[in-house]
Design a protein around this ligand. Sequence first.
Ligand SMILES: NC(=O)c1ccc[n+]([C@@H]2O[C@H](COP(=O)([O-])OP(=O)(O)OC[C@H]3O[C@@H](n4cnc5c(N)ncnc54)[C@H](O)[C@@H]3O)[C@@H](O)[C@H]2O)c1
Length: 333
Amino acid sequence: MTVKVGLIGCGGISVPHADGYLKIPDEAQVTAVCDVVEENRTRMADYVGGARPFDSIEGMLSQSDIDAVDVCLPHHLHKDAIVAAARAGKHVLCEKPLCLTLEEASEIDSVVREGGVTLMCAHNQLFYPAVQQAKELLDSGTLGQIYQARTVDTFFNRGVGANAGWRASRAMVGGGELIDTGYHPTYLLLHLASSAPTEVVAMLTRHALAIEGEDSGQVLVRFADGMVGNIVTSWAYPRPAGWWQFMVVGEHGQMYRQGDALHLELRDAEPQVFDHPGVQTFHLEIADYVRCIREGRRPLNTQEEGTKVLEVILAAYKSDEEKRIVSIGEAAA
Ligand SMILES: NC(=O)c1ccc[n+]([C@@H]2O[C@H](COP(=O)([O-])OP(=O)(O)OC[C@H]3O[C@@H](n4cnc5c(N)ncnc54)[C@H](O)[C@@H]3O)[C@@H](O)[C@H]2O)c1
């Protein structure tokens, strides 16, 4: 079965998504594209080899022959697009964040379950081999009790400024940098952790960018097993030296990612470096989405994990606003 996909939102991130489908032509084909901007939908329709262009999601869902959608829209439009697609019986891949509020997340969960469709959160950084190896090592107890995990995603973002459209709008983005790029180190932290988050405290700042929300965030997360997570995320800081994306410290030593390699430093043992060739995580993510549909398999992160990430992000916003530690669960109140 070739999975027929409708791509919704034909802006920046839709290109690596489209490339992912083009890499597996025997398994998937983008047969419809949708964007309110004619130039964007026409360009993408040509790029994928002649998909049918639509100017509305409803039109695409009712008039095209598709099994699944891929939502690459600004954040405030995610929930309605997911709900419409799931009600129409289509599987859904949605770019991060899942949506903007826990009420929206709850509606998504109900509609996806009722529709019997698969929803996959596009958490592409989980497809890095270094992340996958770290998860296996942590799950097998290599570091023993975990004390701390730090996840980092920082880069100087020249593309976001006063005229940057929806990304500069607190209402459309759902906050600022934390719910955008900061979603990556948040899902990564929850993925590496072996228990659930319980408390969050955050300091959010706007140093350099002309946007309504924060351009940088530092968030501490306490977990049920005693681990403390530390998220550093920013559009104002450069990439950290040596570019590492996570570090986990435990009873027996530490592990961290540097470039594409995973470093393992156990106490009283020679350090080990596991080199992993560079991968295109978007292509791996798209192939996994298509194979989850074809094989009826649960994606690594569905709306369940997406909602847990959102809970931490919303607790961080509440913490920064109210200048206090927020318990998970409070953010819904
Ligand atoms: N995983 C990553 O590393 C990564 C990187 C960039 C963006 N993203 C995510 O991808 C999503 C899109 O971001 P982007 O950078 O591609 O944004 P973008 O602004 O480049 O593209 C959004 C597209 O949606 C279209 N659009 C707006 N309203 C629409 C509507 N009602 N119906 C149909 N089309 C509509 C716009 O015309 C535009 O073409 C966001 O969720 C963002 O967080 C993820």
